[in-house]
Design a protein. Structure first.
Ligand code: ADP
Length: 506
C-alpha cells in the first residue's frame, strides 16, 4: 500500500483498527488513501484504488449529483454527515450496489486540502429498517384497534390509525390520556384489578369485554386482548381491541330468533300436548259420558220391543223421548268435543251471515224443550223477528244451546228458565237465567277453564267443555260471555253480540 500522505504510517495505524471504510481524497476527488475495511467493502485492492477517481466507487447515475455535492462541500469546508435526506449508494467491483452512510472530514496538510470519508455499509440496517417499517405498517394499518400504553403511568404511547379513527381522538390527544379515560364502565380500581394477573405473571395475557367511549360520547362494545411488552427499557401494555358492535347485534338478533323459535316450539309442544290430552280425555269421555246414555238408550229400546199392545202407546212414547234425549245429549257433547279439537288445531272456519236472531233462538229452544225436566219451562221472547244479526249462526247456536242446556241441567224440576233479549247501544244482549243450583262463589273464577266442573255439579253428567268453547268462539268473533251466579239461587249468563254489523228489519 502506498500513501501520498506525509504521515501515512499514522493514518495506517489508526485506519486499520477501524471497521468502517476510510477513504481520503484530494481536491480533485482522487483517492489518495484507503483502509482494509474499504477493500473488503468495495472488493478492490487498495493498490488499485489509490490514484483512481472516487467515481469508481459511486454508481454511474449518481456521478453528476455527487460532483455538485463535493463542490458545495468543499466551498463550505466543514465536517459533516453526507447524504442527509437522500439515500447514498456505493458500487463494488463486481457491480453490486449497496447503501452507505458517509461522514466527511475536510482537512489541510502541507497547504493541500483533503477530505477523509468515513463509509459505513448500512445494508443490514436498511434491511432492519425495512422490516421495522413493515411491522409498523401492520400496526398502523391494522383494522383492529391497537393501543400501546405505559405500564406505570398508563399513558398512551402509540395508538394506531383505526383506534384514532373509531375513537375520534388524534394521537396527540390520546397521548395525554389513559385507557381508563375511554372506558366509561370502569374506574381506576377496577382497571388495576383487571390487569393485576398480567403484572403477576408477565407472560400472561387477558381478554375481556367492556365498552369504549368515543370523543363524540357515543359508546361501542369492545373485546380487549391485553399483554405486557417492552419499548426499549420501558414496560408497556399492548392492547388489541375488536369493535364487537356487529358481533353483539348479530348475537342479540340470534338470541332473539332463538327466543322466538323456542316460544313457537313451546307453543307447538303445548298444542301437541293439549291434543294428546284431548285424545286421552276423549277416550275417558267415551267410556264415562257415553256409557250411561247408551245403556239407557239400550234399556228403552229393549222395553220398546215389549210394549206391543195398542194401549201401551204412552209408554212407547216415553221411551222414544228418552232415546231422542240421550241421542241429542251424545250429539251435543260430541259437537263440543270436536269444537275443542278445531279450536286447538286452528281449523275453525267461521262464516259470518246476516240472519234473524229468532231463527237460532227458536232452534235452540226447540231442541232444549226435549231435555226439560218435569215442570220445567223455557220463557223466551217470541216477538224478535225484526232482530237481524250478522254473526256466525253455528257459533251462536253452539253457545246458546250450551247455556240453555246447562240451565236445564243444573236446575231442579218445576223451575222456569228465562231467555231474555234486548238491545243495548245497538249491541244485542242475550240473558239465560235459571233458578238452579248456582255456582259456588270461590269456584266462579275457574268456571271458564276447560274441563272445570264445580263441586256442586259433580252429580250431574257433564264434561266441563261447553262454557270454555262457547266463550272462546264468541270472543273470536268479537262477542262476549259473562255470568253472575249465587249458589242455590240461580245463574245468569249474558251473551253480548257486538252492534256492528247488526241491523233491524224495517
Ligand atoms: P258441563 O256442564 O259439561 O260440566 P260446562 O263447561 O258447560 O260443562 O260447565 C262447566 C261447569 O260450570 C259445570 O260443570 C258447572 O259446575 C258450572 N255451570 C255451568 N252452567 C251452570 C248453571 N247454569 N248453573 C250452575 N252451574 C253451572
Amino acid at each position: 500500500m502506498q500513501f501520498f500522505l506525509p504521515n501515512s504510517s499514522i493514518f495506517n495505524l489508526i485506519s486499520e483498527g477501524i471497521s468502517e471504510g476510510i477513504i481520503v481524497v484530494n481536491k480533485e476527488q482522487v483517492i489518495v488513501a484507503a483502509n482494509s475495511a474499504t477493500e473488503e467493502m468495495f472488493l478492490y485492492k487498495k493498490d488499485h484504488l489509490i490514484g483512481q477517481s472516487l467515481d469508481l466507487l459511486i454508481p454511474r447515475r449518481y456521478h453528476k449529483g455527487h460532483d455538485q455535492h463535493v463542490t458545495e462541500f468543499a466551498r463550505q469546508s466543514k465536517k459533516r454527515q453526507m447524504g442527509r435526506g437522500r439515500d447514498l449508494h456505493g458500487i463494488r467491483k463486481n457491480g453490486q450496489e449497496f447503501p452507505v452512510e458517509v461522514g466527511l472530514n475536510p482537512f489541510e496538510m502541507n497547504g493541500e486540502t483533503f477530505v477523509m470519508a468515513l463509509i459505513i455499509d448500512i445494508t443490514e440496517r436498511k434491511i432492519k429498517e425495512k422490516e421495522l417499517s413493515h411491522w409498523f405498517r401492520i400496526f398502523d394499518e391494522s383494522l383492529n384497534e391497537i393501543y400501546v400504553f405505559n405500564a406505570q403511568s398508563f399513558n398512551f404511547i402509540n395508538v394506531n390509525k383505526e383506534a384514532q379513527r373509531n375513537l375520534g381522538y388524534s394521537l396527540e390527544e390520546l397521548q395525554t390520556m389513559t385507557p381508563i379515560d375511554i372506558k366509561p364502565e370502569m374506574d381506576r380500581t377496577e382497571f388495576l384489578q383487571l390487569i393485576d394477573p398480567i403484572l403477576l405473571d408477565k407472560n400472561s395475557k387477558i381478554k375481556f369485554e367492556t365498552t369504549h367511549q368515543r370523543k363524540n360520547r357515543t359508546i361501542y362494545p369492545v373485546e380487549v386482548n391485553l399483554q405486557l411488552s417492552a419499548k426499549g427499557e420501558t414496560e408497556v401494555f399492548v392492547a388489541i381491541i375488536l369493535d364487537i358492535t356487529e358481533q353483539k347485534s348479530y348475537t342479540e338478533k340470534l338470541e332473539k330468533k332463538v327466543d322466538e323459535r323456542t316460544k313457537q316450539l313451546t307453543e307447538a309442544l303445548a298444542k301437541e300436548k293439549e291434543l294428546n290430552e284431548l285424545k286421552t280425555r276423549f277416550l275417558s269421555l267415551v267410556s264415562h259420558e257415553f256409557k250411561t246414555p247408551l245403556s239407557s238408550i239400550l234399556t228403552s229400546i229393549t222395553l220398546l220391543g215389549k210394549y206391543t199392545q195398542t194401549e201401551q202407546q204412552e209408554k212407547r212414547d216415553k221411551h222414544v223421548t228418552t232415546i231422542r234425549n240421550k241421542v241429542k245429549y251424545l250429539d251435543a257433547i260430541l259437537n263440543d268435543f270436536l269444537s275443542v279439537e278445531r279450536l286447538e288445531s286452528g281449523n275453525e272456519n267461521y262464516k259470518l251471515e246476516t240472519f234473524p236472531l229468532s231463527k237460532v233462538v227458536n232452534e235452540v229452544v226447540y231442541d232444549a224443550n226435549m231435555l226439560l225436566k218435569t215442570g220445567q219451562k223455557i220463557n223466551y221472547p217470541e216477538d224478535i223477528d225484526d232482530l237481524i244479526v250478522q254473526f256466525d249462526p253455528k257459533t251462536l247456536e253452539l253457545a246458546l244451546s250450551n247455556l240453555v242446556n246447562n240451565a236445564i241441567k243444573y236446575s231442579p224440576e218445576n223451575t222456569s228458565i228465562d231467555l231474555k233479549i234486548k238491545k243495548v247501544d245497538n249491541n244485542i244482549v242475550i240473558n239465560i237465567m235459571d233458578k238452579g243450583i248456582g255456582i259456588p262463589k270461590e269456584e266462579q273464577k275457574h268456571i271458564f277453564n276447560r274441563y272445570f266442573r264445580a263441586e256442586n255439579a259433580l252429580l250431574t253428567q257433564g264434561t266441563g267443555i261447553g262454557l270454555n268453547i262457547a266463550k272462546q268462539h264468541l270472543e273470536n268473533l268479537g262477542a262476549s260471555l259473562e255470568f253472575s251466579s249465587e249458589e242455590n239461587k240461580g245463574s245468569n249468563f249474558t251473551v253480548t253480540i257486538p252492534k256492528t254489523p247488526i241491523t233491524t228489519i224495517q
